[in-house]
Write a protein that binds this ligand. Structure first.
Ligand code: OFO
Length: 170
């Protein structure tokens, strides 16, 4: 059985993960509109991943006889000044999410909730990857600068990202 404080905090995190999905989907729409279909694909895959993160919290609450409560999602930003600006916003968002995971780890420890603590270990590792993958794209786009050819090549490369089935995302 999960206690109320932990349950409320994890329900809040479901919202954050779904807001992440919504933000990346909004970025995918922006990239589509700008003609960067590869970057749109990268963001669409990221949005799918975020949904699987939300479901990990959903399942954890449910498996421990808690109650999942979904909250309203904020409208995501829809426009950015450049592909680099969008990826920088994604990186900033991931740092925000890392802070949220750290807060949850603290709550789990204060509540003596070892089950939540173990589940959250996966997210600690995942956030290192999430920040690193956004940063890698930012560095690539910084090197390219305003080169139209460079952006086309980067778009082609980023479009190779494919969705990983949720069970293999360990
Ligand atoms: Fe769920 O890791 Fe990004 O936000």
């Amino acid at each position: 059985m999960i206690n109320e404080r932990m349950q409320n905090a994890l329900n809040e995190q479901i919202k954050h993960e779904l807001e992440s999905a919504y933000l990346y989907l909004s970025m995918a729409a922006y990239f589509r509109a700008e003609g960067f279909d590869g970057m749109a694909q990268w963001m669409a895959v990221q949005a799918q991943e975020e949904f699987t993160h939300a479901m990990k919290f959903f399942d954890h609450i449910d498996e421990r006889n808690g109650r999942v409560v979904l909250k309203a999602l904020a409208q995501p930003q829809g426009e950015w000044t450049s592909p680099q600006a969008a990826f920088e916003a994604a990186y900033g968002h991931e740092r925000f999410i890392t802070g949220k995971i750290d807060d949850l780890v603290k709550i789990a420890s204060e509540e003596g909730d070892h089950a939540a603590g173990i589940m959250l270990q996966w997210f600690i590792t995942e956030q290192v990857e999430e920040e690193a993958s956004a940063l890698k794209v930012i560095e690539l786009l910084r090197r390219i600068g305003d080169s139209g050819y460079g952006l086309i090549m980067a778009d082609r490369e980023l479009g190779k990202r494919i969705a990983i089935p949720a069970d293999n995302e360990e």
